[in-house]
Design a protein. Structure first.
Length: 165
């Protein structure tokens, strides 16, 4: 007896399922779906297609993607994914001194680079994040954009792994 393969996912279903992997940027899933040349039923291929969609996007689209991420500890409405990630690093329980340091660093970082500081926070403490934040402020624009995009991809990979679990 043979089993027929599952029908391919529709564009709408794909975007609904993977549009939140990259923060507030469903265009990544839309582009990945359009670029795909085969059924995207395998999580590894889906993650690769999403990553490729970002990497092959225009510089302007990649900067817009970076701007879609929230500032750390900022008093904004976070996506469900970001809320869990921030809580896992204890960012929802920072001391007043840490909160002030984050505010100051967020301001300086955004002024210098034009997008919020992005780091895959899962498994890191607030102190480790602050140290990395301070170090990365010394980066040149191009180097920091590259680093921030690498962090965006780490966050996406963690979200994909969590959704598969």
């Amino acid at each position: 007896m043979t089993v027929d393969p599952a029908p391919p996912m529709t564009r709408g279903a794909f975007v609904a399922a993977y549009g939140g992997v990259y923060e507030n940027s469903p265009w990544v899933a839309e582009r990945a779906f359009a670029m795909a040349d085969s059924n995207l039923a395998d999580a590894e291929h889906i993650a690769a297609a999403l990553r490729c969609a970002v990497d092959e996007a225009s510089a302007s689209a990649r900067r817009d993607l970076l701007r879609a991420y929230p500032e750390l500890t900022a008093a904004v409405t976070l996506s469900a994914e970001s809320k869990k990630e921030h809580a896992s690093a204890g960012l929802d329980h920072c001391t007043p001194a840490q909160q002030e340091k984050f505010r100051d660093l967020n301001r300086a970082y955004r002024k210098k680079f034009g997008f919020p500081f992005i780091i895959a926070v899962r498994g890191k403490s607030a102190g480790e994040i602050l140290q990395t934040f301070t170090e990365r402020l010394d980066n040149a624009q191009a180097a920091e954009e590259k680093t921030a995009l690498a962090e965006v991809h780490k966050i996406a990979a963690l979200r994909m792994a969590q959704s598969a679990a």
